[in-house]
Write a protein that binds this ligand. Structure first.
Ligand code: COA
Length: 176
């Protein structure tokens, strides 16, 4: 391991981060799902769904938040989290993404990004946090279980002509 825990900061994302966020989002999705989803479908998904324009729009929307882990002193973003109001339950916050490039895992970045997301949800009076994770993504599922998430159901997720099973996980949040 070549990156010590003092070599990064976690901060809220701002306008201008969209290029870096798009690159990291595309890279981490490829890195994570190359084991389970065909390349053509993954390439189409990341280019159509995780482009700069998507992140530019998200960064302008104050109802949602993104946080980045950035290496010091290079300023390279190597991980991010994205939280937004759940579309079906107005009292829940969805942790839409939490992704860290492989070389920067197990350094405490995931915890920092999770803490930011939970704080934002609590500050917005959310009573729970929900997320969706590929059913074979055991590492992420283990991480989420450690934060008190429990599986409450299953859904399907389409990328191109391929459909994957995803677990829906949820945890209660403390009432402030
Ligand atoms: C899952 C992920 C976000 C975890 O982030 P990370 O930076 O590696 O995790 P941290 O170093 O912050 O670990 C925080 C805590 O979670 C625990 N943890 C990390 N990975 C774990 C796992 N696979 N199983 C159980 N616990 C785990 C750590 O031991 C640590 O516990 P501690 O605070 O008691 O020491 C990261 O590995 C990742 O980006 N994975 C690939 C992308 C992905 O699958 N994202 C989720 C898609 S839904």
């Amino acid at each position: 391991m070549w990156c010590s825990v003092s070599d990064y900061i976690v901060r809220e994302c701002v306008a201008g981060d969209e290029v870096a966020l798009s690159l990291v989002a595309q890279a981490t999705i490829l890195e994570t799902y190359a084991r389970w989803v065909r390349g053509a479908n993954l390439y189409r998904y990341v280019t159509e769904e995780l482009g700069e324009e998507l992140f530019r729009t998200c960064l302008e929307d104050r109802a949602m938040r993104l946080w980045a882990a950035e290496v010091v002193p290079t300023g390279c973003i190597v991980g991010y989290a994205h939280a937004l109001r759940d579309t079906t339950d107005p009292l829940a916050m969805e942790l839409k993404r939490l992704y860290i490039l492989h070389n920067f895992r197990s350094l405490g970045i995931g915890k920092r990004l999770m803490d930011e997301s939970v704080s934002f949800a609590c500050a917005n009076a959310s009573q729970s946090m929900v997320l969706r994770v590929h059913y074979r993504n055991e590492a992420a599922i283990g991480f989420y279980l450690g934060y008190g998430f429990q599986t409450i159901g299953e859904e399907t997720f389409a990328a191109g002509d391929e459909t994957s099973r995803v677990l829906v996980m949820r945890r209660d949040l403390p009432v402030l």
